[in-house]
Design a protein around this ligand. Structure first.
Ligand code: AVJ
Length: 303
């Protein structure tokens, strides 16, 4: 973590890895973000999943194993599990062993007879999976438009790895946020209550706490920027003054107005996504959108 932080802050422009946003406090703040009036992705994806669940269950067929990449609390998973015909198992993959340990008993209680085998690991490089039922079809689930946080190379690595472990008759259900007006996007990443600002600034608090950095949180402000050329929302922490921050004996100078780029959240149109998929083992088989075209849930099959 220290090496990644020092490297990011030594760069021009300064960056910090977005995964560092999700410590315990950051994960709680993100949960709060998902219910904000301005943050449309979570509730829109849930509504699409509920509507699409019967069609997805039919395409999947009986006796399949569900594999979730970055499972978190497995909330959206339940919509799929409720609709699936006799699911043969559920394999949640997550970096948080705590989270997995909590969700396993809850799922086993609510889905009697469903084998739940958590896998601790980083889904970016899909880890080996337990062989629940070697002949069962495997269905991947990657919701939340987390794919939008990844660089092109990381997306390619993920899609290849998922194809490898889900197999020739595997399916992948992908949640993808769609390109739309900055009038909707910017407030979604800069809400009136300041929850997203707290989420972003928590990253500096974490560096102070865990690495002994001396960031003055009053001297940075949260900024959400729409980058049209890259079709992505960006989160930045902008320095309000000329200042020097020290981490592990290393000094980092900030000019007034200089930013630390902390997150990308790419917004896709389906053509751009198809171009990415064309270079992967996957093709779009079915697409489900909300009426306003804000978000999509895509069923991918091997091409
Ligand atoms: C959970 C990473 C998909 O990019 O929309 C929400 C994170 N950042 N508000 C997103 C996030 C600021 C979220 N992802």
């Amino acid at each position: 973590m220290l090496d990644d932080v020092l490297e990011g802050l030594s760069g021009q422009p300064k960056t910090l890895p977005s995964r560092l946003l999700y410590d315990a406090r950051g994960s709680d703040l993100f949960e709060d973000i998902t219910v904000l009036p301005e943050y449309y992705p979570t509730r829109t994806e849930r509504a699409i999943l509920e509507e699409a669940a019967p069609a997805l269950a039919e395409a999947i067929g009986p006796g399949a194993v569900l594999v979730e990449y970055g499972a978190g609390a497995s909330v959206k998973t339940r919509i799929l599990l409720d609709a699936m015909i006799e699911p043969a198992g559920y394999l949640p993959i997550d970096v948080s062993e705590d989270m997995l340990a909590k969700t396993k008993p809850a799922l086993e209680r609510d889905y009697p007879g469903l084998p739940v085998h958590p896998v601790v690991g980083n889904f970016l490089v899909p880890p080996p999976l337990p062989d629940v039922d070697p002949r069962a079809r495997r269905v991947g689930f990657f919701p939340g438009s987390t794919i939008g946080n990844l660089a092109d190379g990381e997306i390619a690595t993920f899609l290849d790895g998922a194809a490898e472990e889900l197999g020739e008759d595997g399916l992948l259900i992908l949640g993808v946020d769609l390109k739309k007006s900055p009038d909707i996007l910017v407030p979604a990443y800069d809400d009136a209550q300041g929850v997203t600002a707290a989420f972003n600034l928590n990253l500096l608090e974490r560096l102070n706490r865990e690495l002994g950095a001396d960031f003055d949180l009053a001297k940075f402000r949260h900024e959400a920027r729409w980058n049209e050329a890259e079709s992505r929302m960006e989160m930045h922490l902008v320095s309000l003054a000329g200042q020097t921050v020290t981490i592990d004996g290393r000094r980092f100078d900030f000019a007034e107005g200089e930013s630390i780029h902390t997150e990308n959240s790419r917004k896709f149109d389906l053509d751009a996504l198809d171009r990415l998929l064309a270079a992967s083992p996957w093709r779009r088989a079915q697409s489900f959108l909300d009426a306003r075209g804000l978000f999509s849930v895509l069923l991918l099959e091997r091409g």
